[in-house]
Design a protein around this ligand. Sequence first.
Ligand SMILES: O=C(O)CCC(=O)C(=O)O
Length: 327
Amino acid sequence: MVSDRWQRWVADNLVRGVAARDLVAGLEGGGVPGELARRTVAALASSPALAVAHERELRARRRAQVLRLRAAVGPRPLALERAPAPDAATFFARYWQTSTPALFPDVVPRWRAQWTPQSLRERFGEVRIEACTGREGDPRPDAHWEQHRVELSLAQFVDRMLAVERGNDLYLIANNRNTARPELRALWDDVVLPPGWFDEPRLPFGSALWLGPAGTITPLHHDTSNILFCQIHGRKRIVLAPPWSEPLLDTADGVYNRRDLAELAEAGIEHVELTVRAGESLFIPAGWWHDVRSLDASVSLAINAFARPNAFGWYAPGSLRRPGLGS
Ligand SMILES: O=C(O)CCC(=O)C(=O)O
């Protein structure tokens, strides 16, 4: 039997998100035989008490993050600024540093080609891509996206998408990770972004294409990095709520939220609603809740490959606490 001290050490690190194999190695390094080390970690990792502790830890981290953000940004009324894209120094000082969303009407219009579903089909119809289908039979299709993946050609996807007048069944989402495909590399030749905002060589790996019919729904959630959400074709209705919203913190469920849109208004939760039109881009800082619904057949590109470190530790797994420090 492993000592109480070691068990506490394992539990503490598991709660903070450290991988089980690192803990087994830590125990072994402390002289615990391999089989006993594995059994100890497995038993603690699967215990209901640990699940509760983990949930509490995430809540505490989220609150700490929000308090830091609130202290850095200070109280301010919720208003969405619409402005021409400024130079990089102004963008980072005015929006990034203060975690302030803003709508820029002049980023996408700089691109060399507009992406309509038809033009993407003409240029890249043969390319095999991944998308999600069968979403409507699932109350949480985004959380279960892996169960909905299908592979098909871009031409097949666009044909299916354009045959749907309205619906949430078929959607090519961020998790399908199509932007890094070498066969789609030519897309990046079109993209012209404000100088200095992005780490351009990383764009294919730090961007997400969203392609679908009118009626797609991405429910209330927050991202863990800042994004520039570029609307290239069609319109999307976006509801934004600040990360420091107490009622939303209380109902957070991972990066999703148990509240739906109707409840925001009913419960008087501070939020702003806007329609993002083709050609407009919205800066959505990490932690800002957003619900996104397409009003038309739509093409969007969300970019997070900024020229600044863009991970804010919302769910960063914990680093290993050294063994034997008397946890
Ligand atoms: O366009 C969508 O449906 C969702 C986009 C989004 O929420 C995001 O990129 O974080």
